[in-house]
Write a protein that binds this ligand. Structure first.
Ligand SMILES: [Fe+2]
Ligand SMILES: [Fe+2]
Length: 222
């Protein structure tokens, strides 16, 4: 992420300082998600793609679209860094215990709280003073939505983020499973293309997994 001062800085600064204070695990995940997003979007743009496709939010954010041309990579990195900030809000309110549990040990109430984190991310980001807060908030809100349920109604940056997020999750050990190998990750992406994930975002990610050593380096080769 470029270090010079820009309109994304208030969002990056506020989210990063909260993440750093409260949760190393989510902070590290968010930093990796930011990097994966930046690399996905750079590849997408290289192929002539448009990243500023906001689906049903198109009208709401039409006014700032012009400001974002040429800043797609910064937008992607900011979104990657900020998307799970709602977890910090929930950790402050309910403590950290439930976040350490495996999914099958969560009560219905805990599950509901965890599932609400995109809403809290959006609420947190929306309050930050930046011309892009409202957009980044809306994009973060949709980061766990399924392609086969909502399709193109989901803003494209959020669809990319779903894949970047999953890629990072698969590249790290969880209490209930070991991290996946590169071959296994590609298998999951292909299987979920058109189901959980937007096929376009999967295509970009598969390309990166073939040629981008910084992304490949997360995984065992086989
Ligand atoms: Fe999330
Ligand atoms: Fe995440």
């Amino acid at each position: 992420m470029p270090l010079e001062k820009n309109e994304f800085q208030p969002i990056i600064h506020k989210c990063f300082s909260q993440l750093q204070r409260r949760t190393t695990y989510t902070m590290e995940h968010s930093l990796r998600a930011a990097e994966i997003m930046e690399r996905m979007v750079a590849e997408h743009l290289r192929q002539g793609g448009d990243f500023l496709d906001f689906g049903y939010l198109e009208g709401k954010h039409a006014g700032i679209k012009g400001l974002l041309r040429g800043k797609e990579v910064e937008l992607a990195g900011t979104l990657g860094l900020a998307h799970d900030i709602g977890k910090v809000v929930l950790i402050k309110k309910h403590g950290y215990e439930m976040w350490k549990k495996t999914p099958d040990h969560l009560s219905d109430g805990e599950w509901k709280i965890i599932r609400s984190h995109p809403y809290h991310s959006a609420e947190f980001i929306r309050k930050i003073k930046s011309p892009f807060s409202d957009l980044v908030a809306d994009l973060a809100f949709h980061h766990h939505e399924r392609w086969d349920v909502k399709g193109k109604e989901i803003p494209l940056p959020s669809r990319f983020l779903t894949v970047a997020d999953a890629l990072d999750a698969m590249g790290f050990d969880r209490p209930y499973r070991k991290k996946l190998s590169l071959r296994e990750v590609k298998g999951v992406l292909r299987k979920e293309s058109g189901r959980q994930f937007d096929p376009e975002a999967v295509k970009i990610m598969l390309k990166l997994l073939d040629k981008d050593w910084k992304i490949k380096a997360h995984f065992k080769p086989r």
